[in-house]
Design a binder for this molecule. Sequence first.
Ligand code: ADP
Ligand code: MG
Length: 378
Amino acid sequence: MTVTETFESLYGHAPDGVWAAPGRVNLIGEHTDYNDGFVMPFALPHTAVAAVRRRDDGVLRLHSADVEGAPVELRVDELTPSGGWTDYVAGVAWALRDAGHTVGGADVHIESTVPTGAGLSSSAALEVVTALALCELYELGLQRWQLARLCQRAENVFVGAPTGIMDQTASACCTDGHALFLDTRDLAQRQVPFDLAAHGLCLLVVDTQVKHAHSDGEYGKRRAGCETGADRLGVTALRDIPYEDLDAALDRLDDAEVRRLVRHIVTENRRVERVIDLLAAGDVRAIGPLLTEGHASLRDDFRISCPELDLAVDTALSAGALGARMTGGGFGGSAIVLVEAASAETVSKALRAAFETAGFRAPRVFTATPAPGARRVS
Ligand code: ADP
Ligand code: MG
């Protein structure tokens, strides 16, 4: 059945429209988005698709193909978090209303191909597809970056996950064939052409299919540690420490853990800038070592990698990859691997073999090409 047909069988009438919003991978710039820093994600072809019909009685009915059972029924003027998946959708309606926008009810059916909990932002895809549909159906006239901000607020306040602005902006604002350079301080954006195939290259995503317990708490700790660092250094955010001043800044910090966090953020921002320069110069292969450096920094300084991610990176590099790193929040999820297109199969095979030898669950490996951001599909 199509999304529309399923919607009709659930709700007994046709949707007003169908919208899609993608998951993302982050090429470079990890954990910098809550430090006012730089990130560079691109949209995946995997999307959350939502069939939605406006309702003027204030009732919100939510259904996902991935969740058993009948639609969950809520009232838009009484939204409170439930702790379940519907918070990602209801939270967007809540955030829009809380910002003063006139949003009423809706019937919603969602089908997503974004793997959940894989560090590929299935949560942002869900939020952004909801925001775009409600924005159009209630004629709110909001811009993409504004929708991203409201979705972030939904995730931070309603869902209760203290995430930065990257995921939602990527899903809302990415464009086909480009990576999105985003300055998370002022949300200034630049679409950077990222056509790997034209250079005989390809980017593999390796979903380790593991998510380690306590990852949310660890995320919060890193975030708090970065804030401590900024505080001690007397800056608004770690973004304000120029790379040239890193050594002097580190000398002023006595806490070894804070020092490591600061070093990751400052060097990572620098890596994003270098990747931008290399892509502008058409020297795509040269970004490989920067990805690998980024992984070492996340593993050793930020300490958010895990055995599966390290194995993915090490194996890919030994099998001839140009660069590799974990992507997303860490403690599991996915790694990305830059390879010559001709070696993609060899590297994929090596990854599967290494995971089997290590006794790890088989990874899901797929090729990622920059896809379009959120859009109306019908
Ligand atoms: P990620 O964003 O990396 O995939 P998160 O933990 O941030 O991981 O978000 C995953 C959560 O989002 C799931 O646990 C679920 O609550 C919700 N979610 C994502 N996609 C769907 C879907 N298709 N149907 C229902 N809930 C979903
Ligand atoms: Mg998420």
